[in-house]
Design a protein around this ligand. Structure first.
Ligand code: NAP
Ligand code: ZN
Length: 337
């Protein structure tokens, strides 16, 4: 089968196509014919060699959807042809967090790769059945960004229809999932973005307001939109000064959710602002298996579709990654495998 290898870490994501044979399916494994694999910002961080505890060579790709093609002798509940996706995290299975079903915050967690390929072998405990109502492209968008968005909104901040929310990086993979879901939950969504084209699209999928971070004064506009009050929640996957300034967008008792450091800088935070206004800073790391199952049930019930920017074949070695780096995406980029 064909797979795209990253032979060594490099700034340019130098992927190499290879024909490889998969090992035999172990008793607790399932082989999956991959339909689509989502590309994440995380893949770029790994490719550059900046992600902790990952060694090259490797096959990138966390977000898979596909169909079962072989089932291990001790696996129950999966049949050949079943549509599936993969909960992307494994933990130690021993610490208190793993026992509580939260491998996403286990000290020795790892996030699974291997999806830029035609097939993959998955331990049955990470495999999740996808109901027929969810299309395979949507299913390939769920494991990283939609899971994270669900975990943030439903678990970390328990979003309410009365909440106002500012979302940075709105047109990216994580941002667009946050915009869609918080709009579905009835909140007043202020999406921070960077062009008229992106603003228009974000409004179509549920943003009540958009602010162009390159042309407008974010604080002034957030205060105008909220009649001078500020918002209940700010979600920031960007980092650096965005975090520093985000505390000034919150109303007293507001929550700042820190979910990434896209621009690689550590922020300075004004602690006076934090305690004077009783603000909360909330960290978030992907989501639990229960979140993943809940997300899939929700997607099925609501006939919800993920936002896909572009789909590329495994022959496209550079275009998908160049597009991700360009910052012009609106939603997820997928490999069709
Ligand atoms: N905590 C978690 O569990 C978790 C899970 C998933 C992702 N993340 C993190 O979240 C971040 C975003 O991931 P992603 O997959 O959504 O990335 P992505 O698809 O590349 O999107 C990033 C978006 O951020 C905005 N942006 C880019 N440069 C910016 C800058 N200098 N200042 C402000 N905004 C900027 C752009 O949107 P606009 O043009 O609309 O502004 C861009 O589309 C990454 O750091 C990733 O590691 C964390
Ligand atoms: Zn653990």
């Amino acid at each position: 089968m064909k797979a795209l290898f990253l032979p060594e870490f490099s700034k340019n994501w130098d992927l190499v196509p290879k024909d490889i044979s998969l090992p035999d399916v172990g008793p607790y494994d399932v082989e999956v014919d991959i339909a689509y694999c989502g590309i994440n910002n995380r893949d770029m961080v790994i490719a550059r060699g900046e992600y902790p505890n990952i060694k090259s060579p490797l096959i990138l790709g966390t977000d898979i959807s596909g169909h079962v093609s072989k089932v291990g002798s001790k696996v129950d509940g999966f049949d050949i042809g079943d549509p599936v996706s993969r909960y992307p995290i494994t933990g130690c299975n021993k610490c208190s967090f793993c026992i509580a079903g939260k491998p996403n915050i286990c000290n020795t967690r790892s996030i699974l790769n291997g999806g830029y390929a035609e097939k993959i072998i998955v331990d049955h405990s990470n495999l999740v059945k996808v109901p027929r109502e969810i299309d395979m492209m949507t299913a390939a968008c769920l494991p990283v960004t939609y899971l994270t968005a669900w975990h943030i909104l439903c678990e970390k901040v328990s979003i309410q229809p009365s909440d106002s929310i500012v979302i940075f990086g709105s047109s990216g993979g994580l941002g667009i999932a946050l915009v869609q879901l918080s709009s579905y939950f009835g909140s007043n969504v202020i999406a921070i973005t960077s062009s008229d084209n992106k603003s228009e699209h974000l409004k179509k999928i549920g943003a009540n307001h958009t602010i162009d971070r390159q042309r407008q004064n974010i604080r002034k506009d957030v205060l105008r939109i909220t009649s001078g009050e500020g918002v209940d929640i700010v979600i920031d996957p960007v980092g650096g000064k965005v975090v520093t300034n985000s505390t000034t967008l919150l109303k007293p008792m507001g929550k700042l959710v820190v979910s990434g450091r896209l621009i690689g800088q550590f922020p300075k935070i004004d602690l006076l602002e934090i305690f004077r206004n009783e603000l909360q800073i909330v960290g978030t790391s992907m989501g639990t298996r229960t979140d993943y199952d809940d997300l899939i049930s929700f997607m099925k019930r609501q006939s919800f579709q993920a936002q896909v920017d572009q789909v590329h074949s495994l022959d496209d070695l550079t275009i998908p990654h160049k597009r991700l780096v360009s910052g012009n995406t609106i939603g997820k980029i997928l490999y069709s495998c």
